[in-house]
Design a protein around this ligand. Sequence first.
Ligand SMILES: [Zn+2]
Length: 432
Amino acid sequence: MSIWDASHETMDRERLRALQLERLQATVARLYERVPHYRERLAALGAEPADVRALDDLRRLPFTTKADFRDRYPYGLFASPLADVVEVHSSSGTTGKPVVAGFTRRDLDTWAELVCRVAVMAGVQADDVAQVSFGYGMFTGGFGLHYGLQRAGATVLPMSAGNTARQLQFMQDFGTTVLVATPSYALYLAESIQALGAPDAFRLRLGLFGAEACSEEMRRQIESRIPILATDNYGLTEVMGPGVAGECECRAGMHVAEDHFVVEVVDPTTDQPVPEGEVGELVFTSITRECSPVLRYRTRDLCSVTTERCACGRTLARMGRIVGRTDDMFIISGVNIFPSAVERVLFAIEGIEPHYRIVLGRRGALDTFEVQVEVSEALFNGWMDDLRAFERRVTEELRSALLVRPKVKLVEPGTLERTEGKARRVIDERPR
Ligand SMILES: [Zn+2]
């Protein structure tokens, strides 16, 4: 196992915190001086850059949300003049104005360095041929991995997404060993490779997946089809793009590049920090960016973070899998529940089809919680007694995982609504 930048990745945590404080102070001063939005936000809290004397003072600084990026579209949050900006990226903006981020030369250099760390962490070496099947363009994924893999010394194939036949052809012709893709596209490619029936024609050994949450179940689905080690990584345009965090070969969480980002985990309702190891909303502050530093960005992603030392030797904190997003959490009888938790239980039960719906209602003063789920044809058309027993089993498994007992309703395959976009999993009929 090699470490790209041992002096930072295995830094003593006490020294790391000192470095973070120094960089945070410089970033806050830079934002205060150059970005009216941040100056106003700090002033509204009666705060000044000089108030940041310890790392924990970060908690007194304002949060930044996606709405702030949209309100200041396109260049309003830039801390560098356009003369110093050499590249701009943006999110897709499917639900509003896109988030825009600028990169100076130094920002690009840092970006390449941090993605390189993630690649080397996953096991990329100089003799690897890396096929980047992320989309190139305004999206940070394609270019981010491109720069980082080049820095790691790999031979980069800038394929971009789509055109699966060509992807497979080049994979064989160029001897691709590393695949960069979203987990869902990787699964599709893996199925296509399997269908070709010529496993020896491929040299794939490693997958760098990202840009969407990858469940353990999804990872198993991919690895069972092609002989690769699949690793997950995390990044977002608001914070930098890929390179914010990535899995090492131990696959025991994603190491956060803490010398460049301060990560906090807060309770999304009280905004207070949660104890280490507990799940909360991820909040990132970038402390080395020149053009687009961000203060306490609320990602809405929920996960836990540990600072326990990893078996790989890195001291950098590790974030667990994203368990959900604050926007899709619901509360039943005082218990917070994520659709993803319901999904994990359901998908692990044989006989259940991957289609379900959660319906929330109210009877009198009590919330009702129903899970409608499709079951296999054979089960649905079998004995009623078997179906009842199965229903009890599903109810019991959900209850033990969620600590709330749902009413489970098994439905015939093909009856729940299908969608081409995002599936609508939760229907909340409770009066506001
Ligand atoms: Zn590690």
